[in-house]
Design a binder for this molecule. Sequence first.
Ligand code: SAM
Ligand code: ZN
Length: 340
Amino acid sequence: MKLDDVNIFRCPKCKSSLKLSHCEPSQVQEEIMEGWLACSSCGKRYQIIKSIPRFVDSAGYAASFGYQWKKFARTQVGDVQKKISKIRFDATTKWPGDLRGQLVLEAGCGAGRFSEIALDTGAIVYSFEISEAIEANLDNVKAPELRKRHHLFQTDIYEIPLPYGMFDKIFCMGVLQHCPDVKKAYLSLMPFLKPGGELVVDCYLSQPFKHIFNLKYRLRPFFKWWKPSRLFTFWSFVISIAYDIKSLCSKIPFIGALLSNLIPIGRLNYEPDYHLSVPELKEIKTLSVFDMLSPKYDKPQRLSSFRRWMEEGGLEILGLTTGYNGINARARRPADKKMV
Ligand SMILES: C[S@@+](CC[C@H](N)C(=O)[O-])C[C@H]1O[C@@H](n2cnc3c(N)ncnc32)[C@H](O)[C@@H]1O
Ligand SMILES: [Zn+2]
């Protein structure tokens, strides 16, 4: 944790300021590696572990994500994956490539596929995450030039330990549908916008008729209760075999395409331009299945709900469309709007 952040973080319970305690003086340099933050008002204490302040005691319902992003820590980072993520980030946020000097909040950062992209704009980025995935993020964003502008913390989206009105930009990708109360999670981000600041989120789109036939929603009621390690072992095996069979089928003359379509693991190579290897493709597909089946909550939403929530929150709608991951909602806090 950066030393200056002691004065920035707030108690998530009562919003009072925090004091650094139980910290060896030798450990207080630019970065505090271990220690405690104590609330000056309610007395609650929050531990700093491996340089990350922890404002939650456990990941609770999101524990499977901690497992997921440690197991697949590198699957969505690195050169090729970064290009893919950058295309999605740009298309969703529509932000300029240069955000130097701006303060950006990333909600539910996971292993950090979008953290590095946000940092590459030159912005100062605060990324949070409820689960242990925050440690995978720390390992993934290593370059000293980026590290000094990256502020990681573990917290719940419903209790963000920062001052209101702090951020020029906030983004939250792949997260809202996995929260128990999607509206509350979305509204909880709004007070942290500066006047004129922008909030960009995506969320699964509700398509009730399509969902009836969607294999994911047929399998989830059974698999979402499995222990993450068991789910991982089972699906790594199944995907690997299914991939090989699909690959063989696709080579059979005339009926190959038809036969391979019967194996529902998506296209063999979903990004032909990027020349991913077979082990990489298998890993990506295993992650994708794990990500579909393990989350406790999977709550697709309607476009009309986001329109209503933006209006309720007093935000100006910049864009409300379907795109990557379903709904893409872009909004701005009007310069004269009081949020809290
Ligand atoms: C599908 S992952 C997406 C991670 C990252 N944004 C990405 O696109 O790679 C969803 C993330 O949201 C996090 N999450 C879920 N509920 C949360 C909450 N209440 N507060 C903070 N993070 C949460 C999960 O732990 C998980 O890492
Ligand atoms: Zn407090």
